[in-house]
Design a protein around this ligand. Sequence first.
Ligand code: ZN
Length: 226
Amino acid sequence: MLMIGLVKDLKLIVGEELRDAYVHGFKSAAEEDKLNVVQKSGVNGTKNRVSDGLIYKGKRLDIDFDQEDEDAIRVLQSGKVQTNSYNELSIVLSTKLNQEINNSIIEGRSIPNTVSEMQKIIKTETYKLTRIARTEITNVTNEGRLASYRKQEKLRKQPFKYTLVVASGSRTCLAHQELQRRIPAKGLLMNDLIELQQSVGSSHGFTLRGNSLLHPNQRTVLMRVP
Ligand SMILES: [Zn+2]
């Protein structure tokens, strides 16, 4: 029972984080073009957590943060677009802990011993969860950025060119090194960028999730090339 509660809490926390990540992405992409972001009030008049921080007093045009975005966030939170690894890991965690409890009962181990074994499991699995959550959040931030850019494209009546800013270092994988080399300085149309990522990704054994090729420990930011 305790475990069910823990997994539930984790889901709630991650859900909130994903929302913040989307809003942050949306906002930051609008800021690049000094656009106002206007909060359209929810259909059912629910409280809008974003309203406080989101509205800017800029000088120029507006883009709306609207129901479309609320729907996108809901889909992202449902995990249907994103990886299932997070959900799987939550299940793995509770399964492993239950196993530990069962073994402990069967073997007649002491409570301190059982607790310390359980703590080890939690530590290992939480580390994995954190790593995955971080990747998810980067991904969702990019989804928010793209949603914002799409609205800007409509406003400006022209398609944008995009690039991926790859956080590079000694640990940058071959797929991302290749991507960095192959994206032209003037950027690519979104469809072409997706296509390039799919082809580079698959040749390195990755599958594209969302709009930017991501895997644990890789931070990549989707950006417009002005
Ligand atoms: Zn990589």
